[in-house]
Design a protein around this ligand. Sequence first.
Ligand code: GUN
Ligand code: ZN
Length: 434
Amino acid sequence: MADTARLLRGRVLSFRREPEGPSDTAALAYHADGAILIDGGRIAAMGDYTGVAAQAGDVPRTDHRPHLLSAGFIDPHIHFPQVQVIASWGAQLLDWLNTYTFPEEMRFAEAAHARAMAPRFLDLLLSHGTTTAAAYCSVHPQSAEALFAEAARRDMRLIAGKVMMDRNAPEGLRDTAQRGYDESGDLIARWHGHGRLAYAVTPRFAITSTDAQLDAAGALLAEHPDCYLQTHLSENHDEVALAAELFPDTRDYTHIYESRGLLGPRSLLGHCLHLSAREVSALAEAGAKPVFCPTSNLFLGSGLFDDAGLRRAGLVNAIATDVGGGTGYSMLATLAEGYKVLQLRGQTLDPLRAFHWITRGNAVALGLEDRIGTLEPGSEADVVVLDARATPAMARRMERVETLAEELFVLQTLGDDRAVAQVYLAGRPWNWGD
Ligand code: GUN
Ligand code: ZN
């Protein structure tokens, strides 16, 4: 075995498929006294402790009992340059962008600033148990360069892209159709498929891209079909109205992207709150992935995501933080707010489906479920160790908990970074300052 081999003992939880309800325990692998064996950055075995320990031989062992071992969380929509925008007061989307976000993103023109912020951003993800993200960078290629380089240094799985925006943004935050195409192409050549990194072609949204730039994004995707596409769609009523004004010949907001070849199974569409029936069926036909961003949707007053409606139409939804419109890095806290949004919709989010969603479910949305999102042998060893008694309030509540589903609901409702006891990235324990 490689010298990075190790055995982790704890209560092992991993999902084989999406649970159909809170009692569908056949959807999961759960070992009350379990272990995973890590070798060469991957999971070599998962199961009951005695069996895995017998197979492991003489490797270092870490005992995490009574904590839970889960696949690391996946955040499929977050903004790298908004670490210092989060918690900016008093505005809805378009004013929030102009007042807080665009001035802050300007600072990423300085490569030194981007290089200083990249480790801080990834530290924030990891300390909250998030081991993979799909991230928007600023318009400046040096912001993406800094983030990819830091993720590569950590051997962290990351999807990212420099934002393309050539109108309706201040000088200094605009590229051109050609420059956006060239700079994105250079970044794809440098980073896409390098280790655990992948590129997302990232036209910010229809408001900030001309026709020519959306065509350039379509050309990039046609040339690099295994890249992702990430953008925002139908988040806010004023935004939807402005998109209609800017693209008067297009049927609806979705069609702006659809008509330029931007919709496919690797398209991650933030928000999707105010879609018509035609738009929903167009997204379903393309296999595109709506991304539910509950803390952002509540914070910016954008609207209530129709998870059940989209699922009924055959869509596979992801769930994400959308920091800095979102109000926290924790995928647990994101589930808590998601649960409340769905309550207001008359829908529900049971704890098994919730934990599936932030692990294997988001991996499925990214087409990566054979690599991340589970603890199945062969998966990359990104692991989060969870402590459901991390705070006094959680510990008191846990005294009355009898089932795994109840414990997961405590984590989902009360948990945040304090519940993250340890993170392993590609099999190595991650510590602050690594
Ligand atoms: N739409 C376009 N840009 C953004 C952004 O940075 N955050 C959110 N929430 N929506 C957007
Ligand atoms: Zn966003």
